[in-house]
Structures are given as structure tokens and as C-alpha cells.
Design a protein. Structure first.
Ligand code: PBG
Length: 324
């Protein structure tokens, strides 16, 4: 009997040919490395994120050089302020932790692409991403402070601002504020599609930003929704976003693909703290091959449609690629 079938394995026998027909590649230049900067001295491990530390400004200087040497071209700065108040003053203080951090990085390596997270949750005692009144998270009143925060980052030298607060209209407010100050060339990467996710747990420990009451479900998205993701992204495109982001990444691959297919803006995927912690925990137990799992995840994000990957694994990936 004559069988007719395809020989898919023909292209898999030689490693060179496997490389030639590979559809997706992960490069160090795809990555943005998130880091946590504090006013304290030295470097202090974040327990739920093995390999990630709280950095002093001096340690940030060192870290900038480590990233440069590894070929990781970009970072996303998160600040941990010394004091919090109801109007999140340290978020937009001229000498705030993020504003200082930007200057440190830029003085060490002016070529590093410096992105900043624009949000209020680390900066007010309620631990919410906007202004709080009673048990309400105010929308329009928050826009003023968010825009002011973004402008202060850009004035300090940030190359790109990334609002993560999920207030409606923040991209419009930030764009208007930057334009008015003459920063028409500074791009906005909006956390357009940000879910109310349990995967942010380790980050909130690291950033001391867990909500003091309630949760973030009145502003972050319901993990069950994908059509709503399109609406969110469309608003940000209309308001002037230059890059869209989906966050978290691993459990939201379909959302990355849906946003990619619906809009022609560049897309970032945020491989968040809980995703990092899970992989690290299993790897430390010897239960998975960390390197192989990490590269498979990163390949998955790119295959799903992300051009940019924001990941705590950025340095590891750059090392794997270098030592290949
Ligand atoms: C601030 C912010 C958060 C993250 C990024 N920006 C936390 C949150 O929304 O609760 C999470 C990042 C991570 O988990 O790695 N709003």
C-alpha cells in the first residue's frame, strides 16, 4: 500500500537547517530590564524574586554597566520613595528617587534607553494607583498628578514614559502635558491592557505598593476579558500611545496576539514578577531546566506578537545568548 504523507522531519535533522527555518528569534536587544531603586545604601535581595535586588543609586550605576556589557539596551525604572503622602508628592518631586535614578543612569551611559513606570501606588499610603477619596480611586483628579509625574521623569532625562495606573484618559493627559512642555518627541508606552492579576504579588512586596484597602479591580482589567482589551488598546491608540503593552504575559498569550492583530503599533509584553518567581522557584528546586524554560517562554512572547519583552530575566537571557 502506498502512503501519502508529509515529511516534516526533513527540516529538523540538521541543526543549521533548523536555524534557517526558525520563524522567531529572541535577541538581547528585545529586552527592557525592570529595576527597583531606593534611597538606602547598597543592594538588598528581594526574597520572592531570587536574583533581583533593591538598588541604591550607587548600585544602580553598577547595574547600568552590567546591562551595557551584556548588551541589554534598555531598562524600566521603579522607585521606592522614602516617604509617602496622600497626593503622592514624591512621584513628581524634582529630586525624587526615580528622577535621581534617571540622571545616574544617563550620566553613566547616555545610550541606555531609560523608560520609567508612571504610577502613584508606591507613593501614597493607600497603595492605590490614583488619588484616593474615601474608598474611591478618583479618575480625572489623578490624571493631573500622573501627567505631572511623567513630565518630571522626562525633564530628568527619561527617554520613554510608561503609565501603568489604568486611569481612563491618562495617555491623553500625559501626551498633552509633554507636548505643552515641548517634549513632542518623547514616546509613551502605555500599559494599555493591564489585568488585575495575582501574578503581581512579588512586585508589590518589592515595591511596598500593596493596596492598604480593597484591590485594584475597579481600574485594572478582569482576567476573563479579551474584547475589553481591544477597547482599552483602541482608546490608548486614539489618545496618542506610541507603543502598546499587555501585562501579564504568560497567561495572556491570546491577548498579546489579539492586540497585535488589531493594531499596527509596536507591542510590548510584560513578563511580571509572579511569572519570574514561579520559574525561579521551580528551577531552584531542580524541577525544571531554567535556561531552556526561560528561552521557551521568551520565544513564546515573541511568537505571540511582542516586539519588546519587559522581563526580570533580561540579564539571564543575554548571558544565555552570549554563551550559546
Ligand atoms: C504599578 C505596577 C505594578 C506592576 C508594574 N507597575 C503593580 C500593580 O499594578 O499592582 C507589576 C509588575 C510585576 O509584577 O512585575 N502599578
Amino acid at each position: 500500500m502506498e502512503l501519502h504523507f508529509d515529511r516534516h522531519r526533513r527540516l529538523r535533522n540538521h541543526s543549521v537547517l533548523r536555524g534557517m527555518v526558525r520563524e522567531t528569534r529572541v535577541l538581547a536587544s528585545d529586552f527592557m530590564y525592570p529595576l527597583f531603586v531606593t534611597h538606602d545604601d547598597g543592594r538588598h535581595p528581594i526574597l520572592s524574586m531570587p536574583g533581583v535586588d533593591h538598588l541604591s543609586l550607587q548600585e544602580l550605576r553598577r547595574e547600568t554597566n552590567v546591562l551595557s556589557e551584556l548588551g541589554v539596551p534598555s531598562m524600566m525604572i521603579f522607585g521606592i520613595p522614602a516617604v509617602k503622602d496622600d497626593v503622592s508628592s514624591e512621584a513628581y518631586a524634582e529630586n525624587g528617587i526615580v528622577q535621581q535614578a534617571i540622571q545616574v543612569v544617563k550620566s553613566e551611559n547616555p545610550h541606555m534607553l531609560v523608560a520609567t513606570d508612571v504610577c502613584l501606588c508606591q507613593y501614597n499610603p493607600a497603595g492605590h494607583c490614583g488619588l484616593v477619596h474615601g474608598d474611591q480611586i478618583l479618575n480625572d483628579e489623578s490624571l493631573v498628578l500622573l501627567a505631572q509625574t511623567a513630565l518630571s521623569h522626562v525633564q530628568a532625562g527619561a527617554d520613554l514614559v510608561a503609565p501603568s495606573d489604568m486611569m481612563d484618559g491618562r495617555v491623553a493627559a500625559i501626551r498633552a502635558k509633554l507636548d505643552e512642555a515641548g517634549y513632542v518627541q518623547t514616546p509613551i508606552m502605555s500599559y494599555a491592557v493591564k489585568y488585575a492579576s495575582a501574578f503581581y504579588g512579588p512586585f508589590r512586596e518589592a515595591a511596598h505598593s500593596a493596596p492598604a484597602f480593597g484591590d485594584r479591580r475597579t481600574y485594572q482589567m478582569d482576567p476573563a476579558n479579551v474584547r475589553e482589551a481591544i477597547r482599552e488598546a483602541r482608546s490608548d491608540v486614539t489618545e496618542g500611545a506610541d507603543i502598546l503593552m499587555v501585562k501579564p504575559a504568560m497567561a495572556y498569550m491570546d491577548v498579546i496576539r489579539a492586540v497585535k492583530d488589531s493594531f499596527d503599533l509596536p507591542l510590548a509584553a510584560y513578563n511580571v514578577s509572579g511569572e519570574y518567581a514561579m520559574v525561579k522557584a521551580a528551577a531552584l528546586q531542580g524541577w525544571i531546566d531554567e535556561r531552556a524554560v526561560v528561552m521557551e517562554m521568551m520565544t513564546g512572547f515573541k511568537r505571540a506578537g511582542a516586539e519588546i519583552i519587559i522581563s526580570y530575566f533580561a540579564k539571564d537571557v543575554a548571558r544565555y545568548l552570549r554563551d550559546m
